[in-house]
Design a protein around this ligand. Structure first.
Ligand code: AMP
Length: 271
């Protein structure tokens, strides 16, 4: 596993390879990331992982400051996996120097779910993903369904611009059903227990939706119930079609999306 600290060494090292799988991360490596890496390892000759906490996608300074970062630990885990050929650890200037200021604008129909509650977030994500794609030029990018809206937007917009294919990967959960996330490192046992209960409730709500005439009203009441029971703030609880993310009236091809706060940590999930 070769660690690449700047663009020059990256370009030199990657030049000979034309079947490259890329797993972009912000570090805080966990088994969710490793599942993406495994898939890349299976489908591509070489795998490159990046660790870059992209300040442009944080709409909240406190969130950026508290984001779990431990490069040494991450590198140890990645090395042990024996599945990675390159790790790219760019500095801010490697990504953003000499590049035109980003003009990314989301369309009105995309300003839903997290895009509605985290202003500028996906513009920052798309910006860094375009730049990483230009620098690395991978054949495939592996992204998790845990961040479904991110996967949806990056796949839709990046594949319009580049030849690279974006490959969706299933959400990896802990034994209690909690979706693995770097942000879980900021939660204590009690919070993780609440997250497990919320996951169970989501699965239950989705099962019960089938029998409801008015899904919107049902979701409003379920959101209220969750809010009161666990004393949490919920940004949204919505059923949407997975092909176009439009509000859905049936569970066919649909997922239930949630964003909520535990201990000031914003968590998202979909079932
Ligand atoms: P992050 O480091 O949180 O930006 O995540 C990097 C990539 O890993 C993204 O494509 C995420 O969707 C994916 N990812 C994060 N958590 C999980 C998980 N629990 N299961 C599968 N993929 C995940």
């Amino acid at each position: 596993m070769k660690v690449l600290l700047n663009n020059r060494s990256l370009l030199e090292s990657l030049r000979p390879f034309n079947d490259l799988g890329f797993v972009p991360t912000m570090g805080g490596i966990h088994k969710g990331h490793l599942s993406l890496i495994n898939k890349s390892n299976k489908l591509c000759k070489k795998t490159i992982v990046s660790i870059f906490v992209n300040p442009k996608q944080f709409n909240n300074k406190k969130d950026l400051k508290s984001y779990p970062q431990n490069i040494k630990k991450d590198l140890n885990i990645l090395k042990k996996s024996k599945k990675i050929d390159f790790v790219y650890l760019p500095k801010f200037n490697d990504i953003y120097e000499n590049k035109n200021k980003s003009k990314i604008k989301l369309s009105k129909k995309d300003k839903i779910l997290c895009a509605k509650f985290r202003k500028g977030h996906f513009e920052g994500v798309l910006d860094v993903m375009y730049k990483l794609t230009e620098i690395i030029n991978p054949q495939k990018i592996f992204m998790g369904e845990k961040d479904f809206q991110q996967l949806y937007l990056v796949k839709k917009l990046l594949e319009r611009k580049y030849k690279t294919k974006v490959i969706p990967c299933k959400t990896i959960r802990d034994k209690n059903g909690v979706a693995l996330s770097s942000r879980n490192f900021l939660l204590n046992k009690y919070n993780l227990n609440v997250a497990a209960n919320i996951y169970k409730k989501l699965v239950n709500i989705k099962r019960n939706i089938k029998n409801k005439n008015n899904i919107l009203n049902f979701l409003i009441s379920q959101k209220k119930e969750l809010k009161n029971k666990y004393k949490i703030k919920i940004d949204y609880l919505e059923l949407r079609n997975i092909k176009n993310l439009k509000p859905s009236k049936t569970t066919n091809n649909s997922r239930l999306f949630i964003a909520y706060y535990l201990n000031n940590v914003r968590l998202i999930d979909n079932v």
